[in-house]
Design a protein around this ligand. Sequence first.
Ligand SMILES: Cc1ncc(COP(=O)(O)O)c(C=O)c1O
Length: 396
Amino acid sequence: MQCKKGSNISRISKVVSSLPPSGIRQFFDLVLGMPDVVSLGVGEPDFSTPWHISERAIYNIEIGYTSYTSNKGLKELREAIVSRIKERYGVSYDYETEALITVGVSEAMDLALRAILNRGDKVIVLRPCYVSYAPVVLMVGGDVVCVDLDLETDFKLTPEILEEVIDKNGPIKAIILNYPCNPTGVSYTKEELAYLFSILARNSIIVISDEIYDGLTYDFEHTPSFVFEAIRENLIYLNGFSKTYAMTGWRIGYALGPQDIISAMTKIHQYTMLCAPIMSQFAALEAVEDGQEDLLYMRAEYKRRRNFIVSALNRMGLETRLPEGAFYAYTDISSTGMDSMSFARALLEAEKVAVVPGTAFSPKGDSYIRISYASSIDKLRQAVLRMEAFLERIRK
Ligand SMILES: Cc1ncc(COP(=O)(O)O)c(C=O)c1O
């Protein structure tokens, strides 16, 4: 599109023009308006926000809390977050200088990258990954160093791969980590993390760690990145309430990190966002203070669903590793001979089951689909029956 008729100046920035639309959205435009679809597509809890959390927001609106908050976020919320961390892990953050409340982890990620990157700075992005990481790095002017992980290492970053990427690519400014991972569900043990973080510390690489699914780790305790002293000075820890407390619509996340970085992030946040919505911050405060039981209940449910869907998929001959966390199964469909988009389209058209093609998360994801099990067991059962019927037909 042109600015003015006859002008050669494009109205849209080159970076934005060059970005592909989100692969998930593209596919779900097809799903919209289709009746009777069982959607295992979106990465969103099927639970409503626990009522006492919503009620805390409603109460605070009723008594007049409808204003801006401090740019950094409600003091009570920052204080509650850091004191829970101190209680649980013995790690101290100063809520005044080392914590920032954001509009979801999405905003926190954008702020973190904008705060640290100069044009051309390199950021390691591990694929397959959450769809927004590479586009945000590019929009900020950074260079993406893609690392494609596969089944050979169980979709995990290994010390060998990390050392090789650092050696081959010269100075790296930052790495984005996400564990448990969307879309593979992969997480790491404390020992694995210690090894990776010692390499990152030795190379002075800033770690942006998105741990939004931390509470949804099923087979072992999640180890937060901030317990590793070696990277504390170079760590931007991101977390939020969307997934673990079923609060996607409230839009609350937070960042913890060194004073200079949090101060730079706060500067951008104050010019662009001012603050996160006050009523949502009160809801998040309730979640921190009194949401543990809800989290444990939802985690147990997700675990039951994970076990059900992963064994059903493997039984169907669609190889699926047992995800350690989050609520996604990353399923190998190569045995069908179809590519991921053709498979997802055909399954949708024939049986009205919506899944996300693996190419949404990595150009090398053509043999995979992502299935979200943040759906009721009944829905999952229905999806399994439909998928079995679909596979029987295409394998004939
Ligand atoms: C890994 C990951 N990070 C961040 C987000 C976005 O989180 P928020 O709702 O806090 O912006 C998502 C949402 O799907 C996600 O999967």
